[in-house]
Design a protein around this ligand. Structure first.
Ligand code: NAD
Ligand code: UD1
Length: 337
């Protein structure tokens, strides 16, 4: 089975490529390298001992993308490619809508033309907006608070409409919670450009001495220690969720929606403590005000993925931090460093 992985040089895509190759799938990777490095794909090849075609192609260039479909017999697509920074999306919303939505429309046009009927899409817990309660199940009301989130919600709708019009299409929407961690080898991991927005890479860069201290955004939330609670999930568990989705839902027409989370919530201070244990260093932090748009608590009810896909996240918070630290400490400047 040959899988086209869009955004396959990125953080989650590259970890998924490793698991796909190890499980015996053939892959084709498409990425414009806007937020990633080709060196990451070298690591994928080294770790798996397998080669695969890579196309440095922008999904906005439909003709270039068509070459990929012409030259490869694709059975399924896993669609990771997209811009993902929430703050940036509020500053350049049109760029976000154009990149994420137009890119997806091109992909769907080509899938239709070349008779490819399976797609797994990277959605996000962001589509639950400001959930009224936790844990979150897949049938919670959907809304968004920023243009990035809107692209996810709109693409979910586009895929639902495409499925309604083509009863051969299998669409799987995977709503990720907070992916962290790295491949055990320490050879691949998250490599954010500039100062990280997300908590874990920020903490990791403080631990390695690149940043001075963690700014904790708010300590007055209605949570056990007052700081924000999230469902952190090991990126390898997340990657394996994609394999389960392919295994169970390929060629099963319909729209299949799953939360990929652990079902456990950890606070900012618990994450700092877990990372400190993993790296054996004190991590300096200071309590600041809340970050606008943040919610107190967000964690998944992952029961549906367990029951229908046979998937459960297995790696705990200590393993997530240890694996992140192995990558960060050996690659303080990421792939290009
Ligand atoms: P990432 O930025 O590391 O990977 C995305 C990849 O897509 C990058 O390699 C980038 O170069 C590529 N890309 C972007 N626009 C492209 C285009 N027009 N043409 C070709 N390639 C393009 O991000 P990630 O963390 O690996 O996220 C993967 C997907 O999962 C994204 O769709 C993201 O929105 C979604 N997601 C991520 C998180 C998270 O916390 N990381 C959470 C929920 C959902
Ligand atoms: C962010 C995105 C969300 C996306 C999710 C997963 C925002 C507003 N939301 O959510 O759309 O789906 O990532 O990629 O960016 N924190 C600090 N200090 C920091 C950074 C974060 O205290 O320097 C806190 C936050 O307030 C939050 C927690 O750490 O309580 C996690 O933050 P983050 O990693 O940014 O993820 P989310 O807020 O869940």
């Amino acid at each position: 089975m040959k899988i086209l992985v869009t955004g396959g040089a990125g953080y989650i895509g590259s970890h998924t490529c490793v698991e796909l190759l190890n499980a015996g799938y053939d892959i084709v990777v498409l990425d414009n390298l806007y937020n990633s490095s080709e060196k990451c794909l070298d690591a994928v090849k080294e770790l798996t001992g397998r080669d695969f075609p890579f196309y440095k192609v922008d999904m906005l260039d439909k003709d270039a993308m068509e070459q990929v479909f012409k030259e490869n017999e694709i059975d399924s697509v896993i669609h990771f490619a997209g811009l993902k920074a929430v703050g940036e999306s509020t500053k350049i919303p049109i760029t976000y809508y154009h990149n994420n939505i137009t890119g997806t429309l091109h992909l769907l046009q080509l899938m239709e033309k070349y008779g490819v009927n399976n797609i797994v899409f990277s959605s996000s817990a962001t589509v639950y907006g400001m959930p009224k309660t936790v844990p979150i199940t897949e049938d919670f009301p959907l809304s968004t608070t920023n243009p990035y989130g809107s692209t996810k919600l709109f693409i979910e709708q586009i895929l639902k409409d495409a499925q309604a019009a083509n009863n051969k299409l299998s669409v799987t929407l995977l709503r990720y919670f907070n992916p962290i961690g790295a491949n055990k080898s320490g050879k691949m991991g998250e490599d954010p450009k500039g100062i990280p927005n997300n908590l874990l890479p920020y903490v990791a860069q403080v631990a390695v001495g690149k940043l001075e201290k963690v700014h904790v955004f708010g300590s007055d939330y209605p949570t056990p220690d007052g700081t924000g609670v999230r469902d952190y999930i090991h990126v390898v568990d997340l990657a394996l969720g994609h394999l389960k989705a392919l295994e169970k839902k390929s060629n099963v027409p319909g729209v299949h929606i799953y939360n990929l989370g652990t079902g456990n919530g950890y606070s900012v201070l618990q994450i700092i403590a877990a990372f400190s244990k993993a790296c054996g260093k004190e991590i300096p932090y200071q309590i600041d005000g809340r970050r606008p748009g943040d919610i107190a608590e967000c964690y998944a009810d992952p029961t549906k993925a367990r029951d229908e896909l046979g998937w459960t996240a297995e790696r705990d918070i200590d393993e997530m931090c240890e694996d992140s630290w192995r990558w960060q400490s050996t690659h303080p400047n990421g792939f290009e460093g």
